[in-house]
Design a protein around this ligand. Structure first.
Ligand code: GDP
Length: 464
């Protein structure tokens, strides 16, 4: 499907701006001869000969403009010969001094010698096309580069190591073997006899394949939360201290705190990192009956936000506890899991002893004083456990693309199970089994459509 790669690409691989070192990377069949035309070993007049550059060793020398003879920089060069390189092709990296003008001049020299400027993600795309990694690993490279939190970095690194890819490959191979045996039975019923035991197949579907897929889908949800941040909405009736709590969590004055009820009229949204985990935190207007149309718009937006939340922090004033307005609010947010936060614990004797109506089912409860910060560590700990529960043992979490493919696979295998139970013919079941195999193949990037690759790799930076 893809034309063989014949051109050589180059790009500045280090970030824009001034740095101690800057790297220009060249990959492709011409990388070595091309680089050698520009590079002289120290103290030598003639350009270096390709065969004298040892693979995976650094060589010190000068970069020289072959036309003017001018020395551009003293640099280290490392050659990684095919197939033992990131792209699987011959790769040369120039480690020069990190001035942006210098690096652009070096890149221009390399392009003059016949290389083409790499497109975003093209090095990783080549690594994938050369079979150096599957598509989940290529996406791991992206996650790793984009990681803004420790959790996202770990997830990217696990994907890059191929942890998800190898699990998916194992399941796909089991299904492939099943499909092959079914096909043989369909085509040569007399010759091969019974190669697939329907009862064993049903057992595998119910005990292994479908539960595995459900687990991956759940992990995909965890992965999305880790990539995008757990959506936390602070809700409560007016004046319980929602804005004070928001400011405490953010450790800055973001929301307006007053003792006039109804001051937060619109949503105030901020991202927050706790212990390397991302959250998107929204402070809402206090929900109450109000005659003020502007306040009512804010209340409507708050309600909409609560419906989209992963978790609600239901804030109560410790001096009032679960009063009637809070009970009305609790009934409204109940479909979403929530944590009860008793605020203003400084104003009561024993906030831990406060009781909640038995119908309330919070995931956790905690007492804090947003004014002084007391109890905030306990709240943060609860939030971190919600974002990365101990059950999230696996760091290679599927992304949205993987999750959608797992959902398709799961649906196809559920149809296979239903067909088996109904005693359908093998060739009917084989269609759905093929769909499942194809979906898992898509996760790994087998037979990828070019526009899928374009979509994935165009989000990369140039030079990666
Ligand atoms: P919101 O309307 O729920 O956003 O509440 P605010 O954050 O604006 O706070 C309402 C009032 O309660 C303000 O006067 C705050 O200073 C006060 N307040 C907030 N948190 C605490 C607390 O922990 N202890 C005490 N004593 N007062 C607080």
């Amino acid at each position: 499907m893809f034309a063989p790669i014949t051109d050589t690409i180059a790009a500045i691989a280090t970030p824009p701006g001034t740095g101690g070192i800057g790297i220009v990377r060249v990959s492709g069949p011409e990388a070595l001869p091309l680089a050698c035309r520009l590079f002289h070993k120290k103290g030598q007049e003639d350009p270096v000969r390709p065969e004298t550059l040892v693979s995976h060793h650094l060589t010190l020398g000068h970069i020289r403009d072959p036309r003017s003879g001018e020395i551009l920089d003293e640099a280290l060069v490392v050659v990684m010969r095919a197939p033992r390189s990131f792209t699987g092709e011959d790769v040369v990296e120039f480690q020069a001094h990190g001035g942006p003008f210098l690096l652009r001049t070096l890149l221009a020299l390399i392009l003059d010698q016949g290389a083409r400027l790499a497109e975003p993600g093209e090095f990783t795309r080549r690594a994938f096309l050369a079979g150096r990694m599957d598509l989940t690993q290529a996406e791991g490279v992206m996650d790793l580069i984009e990681a803004r939190t420790a959790a996202a970095r770990k997830m990217g690194s696990a994907l890059l190591r191929g942890e998800l890819g190898s699990e998916v490959r194992r399941l796909r191979e089991s299904l492939l073997s099943l499909a092959t045996r079914m096909a043989a039975e369909i085509d040569f019923p007399e010759d091969v006899g019974e190669l697939v035991d329907p009862a064993a197949m049903l057992r595998d579907l119910e005990d292994v394949y479908l539960p595995t897929l459900s687990r991956w889908i759940r992990r995909g949800e965890d992965g999305m939360r880790l990539r995008e941040g757990l959506r936390l909405v602070i809700a409560g009736v007016p004046n319980v201290g929602k804005s004070s709590l928001m400011n405490r969590l953010l450790e800055q004055e973001r929301s307006i705190v007053t003792d006039i009820p109804g001051t937060t009229r619109d949503l105030v949204e901020e991202s927050l990192h706790l212990a390397g985990l991302p959250f998107v935190l929204t402070d809402t207007a206090g929900i109450r009956e109000s005659g003020d149309p502007v306040e009512n718009m804010g209340i409507e937006r708050a309600r909409a936000k609560i419906r989209e939340a992963d978790r609600v922090l239901l804030v109560l004033d410790a001096t009032k506890g679960a009063d009637a307005p809070s009970c009305l609010l609790e009934a409204e947010i109940r479909p979403c899991p929530y944590v009860v936060v008793f605020n203003k614990k400084d104003l009561v004797e024993d906030a831990e002893a406060l009781v909640l109506p038995p119908s309330w089912q919070p995931e956790a409860r905690v007492a804090v004083c947003a004014r002084t910060g007391e109890g905030m560590d306990a709240l943060k700990k609860i939030l971190c456990d919600l974002a990365a529960p101990p059950t999230m043992e696996h760091a290679a979490l599927p992304n949205l693309r993987h999750k959608q493919a797992f959902e398709e696979t799961c649906a196809a295998l559920s149809r296979v199970r239903a067909g088996l139970e109904a005693g359908d013919f093998w060739d009917l079941l084989a269609v759905d089994l093929d769909t499942a195999i194809r979906e898992l193949g898509r996760v790994l990037g087998e037979h990828p459509e070019p526009d899928l690759l374009d979509r994935i790799f165009s989000d990369f930076c140039i030079g990666k």
